[in-house]
Every structure is written in C-alpha cells, then in structure tokens.
Design a protein around this ligand. Structure first.
Ligand code: PMP
Length: 436
C-alpha cells in the first residue's frame, strides 16, 4: 500500500483562501467534517483526480453526482468547445435546444414537456410552484431527511443528528436547516416519515384538501442511501392520484444514474412531475422539471438568466448521446454492484457491521448497522466516526470518498482495476479502524 500523501500545497492554499472566502471554502462540503484543510484539485481525467501536490485519487465523489461520464470526457469537451465557438449565452432559443429537449421528453417517462433551471434547488422551487398553480392548494408534503435544496421551504427537517431534535416519528417536528431561515416559510410544509404509507394515508385523510404536492427522493440518497420498500412508491402514486395531489419525484440524484429513465424507469412508477439536475449535463450547470403537460402548462413562468444556457445544453446533449451507447449502463451497474458486494463481503468476513446496497451507479454503505434502513431515523445508528476514519485512511491512500456519508458515485470511466484497488484499500483500512 502506498505511503500517506504529502498535501502541503493544499494546506497553504486553504490558509490563503481564508482571507477571501467565508471559512476559506465555497461550499461547506468541500472539506470533510474533521479535516484541518481540504484537498485542492489540479485536474481530473476519467475516474481520477489529481491534486496540487501531484497525488492521484480514484474518485467516488463524482462532483457530488454530475460526473457520470468521469472527468473531461472527449465527447463533452468537443460539444462544449464547439458551442463556445458559436456563443455561450444568447437570451434566445436555438436549434440545439429543441433537439436536446426532445431527447429528454423521449427518455424521461413522466415528461410531456421539460423546463430548465440551473440548479436542483431552483428546479424543486419550480415544481412546488407548478403544483400549487395546478391544484390551487398550498401545502407541500416532504419527508424527514430528504434534501431538495437550500431555499427556505426546501431546507426543512434535513440532517438532524439526534432523535431529541425530531419529535414524534409519525408527526415529526419541522426543523430548520440554517440560521436566517424564516420560520414562517415552514407554514406550508408538512413533514412525514418516509417509507410509511400509513402516515401518508392518515395525513391525506385529515389534510388532503390542503395538499398540493408530495415531493420525494425516490431513493433517499442524501443520507446513507435508503431504498423504498417494495410497493411504497406505487402506493404513493395511488394515494396522490386518488386525492388530486401532484406527485413529484426529486430525481436530481437518481436521474440518469439508476438508468436512462431514472428512478421512475427503474421502479416503473411514473410521477406527475420530476426535477432533474446533476448527471443530466455531465458536469455542467443544468437542472429542470419534466412532467405532464396539463401541470407544466399552468400559468407559471419560469425565468432565469441562464435557463437553458447553450453550453450546458450542449453538454447535456453530449452526455445523453453517450449514455445511449449500448452497454454503458451494464458497465456502470456491474461495477457498482461489484463494489457494493465487495464491501459487504469484506465486512462479513471481518465481522464488521455494515449495511451495503447499490442501484445503478450509486453504491451505498453504512457502518455500524446490519439490518435494512427504512427512514432517516435509522441512519442515526450509523457509526459516523468510523466512517470518517475510513474516509481519511482511504484519502491518504488515493481513494476519495464522500465527505460525510458512505455514498459512492461511479462513472462510465471507472474500471474493474479501480474497483479492485478500492476494495483492497477499503479492506486494509476497515480492518485497522473498525471495532467489531
Ligand atoms: N435535490 C436533491 C435530491 C439533491 O441531492 C440536491 C443537491 N444535492 C438538490 C435537490 C439541490 O440541487 P443543487 O445543489 O443543484 O441546488
């Protein structure tokens, strides 16, 4: 196993960033929880990132999800450079926009029409507004622990770290995510536990006449990945259909990762609307909403200077074409499963408690729990300290994992060799770190 890396230049750059960036960072997630400084990246190619000290990492953070084709894929590079030579922003439509939008309508099961925004946060804000305009109702049901963005209405009951903060399971308290968030904005948000159809039925029974939409991550990816119980998404579909409630799948992570048709294709449940982002443009800033025309055509006018920015749309077109190549999902899914099963097997062999799973190109593992997790509260049992130790040990040996949770994104550029090396490093690190 390689020696621990020297990262002195990253340390210097972080010290210098403190004089111009809040906390020295552009995002609090750019640095791991217990780290003194983040790793500064020089460049990326394929499945690898290279830092400013010349160290190489097999990367599983995937830019937080977008890098489904890996770093600097030639096809995206060519499309983006080609578009650059024609112009990067028009404030007017252009032919490629029609072409790419038609592709998305073909691919996304719920899509009669699509509408673009730049970030997942905005896409979900648009989804909420469309649902309210269409139904004439105000309340939005969201689930404990699900993340839909950082606006006042979205950042609710996300990331609590103790049961004391959460209230009764069936009627959770609404917790705010940030200083400066308006408590009043939470008035129209109802929070429920996930994977619990009874809780939904009970709430719809009492308040269905007020509820415009139910929004859900179809696989709960913003913690240690949690999968829907069999029949749960279908049950949500039936209950919303019967009660004039718009069902929104937040596919910002699952879109294009669980398959070309996202979670709605994977689970064969079609929502009324879905938000998408991240992987849709392979590393460029594009997000949006897709859905049924009668809802999409409500009197809502999504504006935004950079909506359908030509560079992002060119990157999206190239990403989708690449993802439509035969065999690409088999490759990603196969590798991801191998990694997940490999980690499970290591943990079993070493008698380390862990819950491992995967879907599409998302691999999840949680240390310290052995049984299936069903909702956010189950993740409070996960051993975060061991995860941080593991992450640190892996980083020091050239494997880059997610800064807070055991969620790994693979790409079309990852190889069997990457997975072999990762499993070797993870096994050695786990054996040293985890108490049984
Ligand atoms: N929804 C989900 C499921 C997400 O994971 C995220 C981002 N992690 C968002 C919405 C918000 O997307 P963005 O960061 O692009 O605003």
């Amino acid at each position: 196993m390689r020696a621990i890396f020297d990262t002195g230049r990253s340390k210097e750059l972080f010290e210098s960033a403190k004089s111009c960036l809040v906390g020295g960072l552009a995002s609090s997630l750019h640095k791991g929880e217990y780290e003194e400084y983040p790793i500064y990246i020089e460049c990326g190619k394929g499945s690898r990132l290279y830092d400013v000290d010349g160290n190489e990492y097999i990367d599983y953070v995937g830019g937080f999800g977008p890098m489904i084709l890996g770093y600097c894929p030639e096809t995206i590079k060519d499309a983006v450079i080609g578009q650059m030579s024609r112009g990067s922003q028009f404030a007017a439509p252009y032919e490629l926009l029609n072409e790419v939008s038609k592709k998305l309508v073909d691919i996304i099961p719920c899509a009669d029409l699509v509408s673009y925004q730049s970030t997942g946060t905005e896409a979900n804000m648009l989804g909420f507004r469309l649902a309210r305009a269409y139904t004439g109702k105000d309340k939005i049901v969201k689930f404990e622990g699900h993340y839909h963005g950082w606006s006042d209405e979205e950042l609710v009951s996300f990331g609590a770290d103790s049961l004391r903060m959460m209230g009764p399971r069936k009627r959770p308290w609404k917790t705010m995510g940030s200083a400066g968030q308006r408590e009043k904005a939470l008035e129209d948000i109802i929070v429920l536990p996930w994977n619990d159809l009874e809780a939904i039925e009970d709430t719809i029974g009492r308040r269905g006449h007020e509820i415009a939409a139910i929004v859900t991550e179809p696989v709960m990816c913003n913690c240690d990945p949690i999968f829907p119980k069999s029949g749960y998404l279908k049950g949500l579909r039936e209950l919303t259909e019967q009660n004039d409630i718009v069902l929104i799948f937040d596919e910002v992570i699952t879109g294009f990762r669980l398959g070309l048709a996202g979670a709605q294709g994977y689970y064969k449940v079609t929502p009324d609307l879905c938000s998408f982002g991240k992987a849709v443009a392979g590393g460029f800033q594009l997000a949006g909403v897709a859905g049924k025309s009668e809802i999409m055509e409500s009197d809502v006018h999504p504006v935004g200077t950079f909506n359908a920015n030509p560079i992002a749309i060119a990157a999206c077109g190239a990403t989708i074409s690449e993802l439509q190549r035969p065999g690409i999902y088999e490759h990603m899914t196969g590798l991801t499963r191998r990694l997940s099963e490999g980690i499970r097997e290591i943990c079993l062999r070493r008698d380390i408690g862990a819950y491992c799973n995967s879907a599409g190109s998302i691999c999840g593992f949680a240390l310290g729990v052995r049984e299936r997790m069903n909702d956010y509260r189950d993740t409070l049992k996960v051993n975060r300290i061991d995860y941080q130790r593991l992450r640190r040990a892996c980083l020091d040996r050239g494997i880059r994992l997610h800064p807070t949770r055991g969620r790994l994104y693979l790409s079309a550029a990852h190889t069997n060799g990457d997975v072999d090396r990762t499993l070797m490093v993870v096994e050695e690190a786990l054996t040293k770190i985890v108490k049984r």
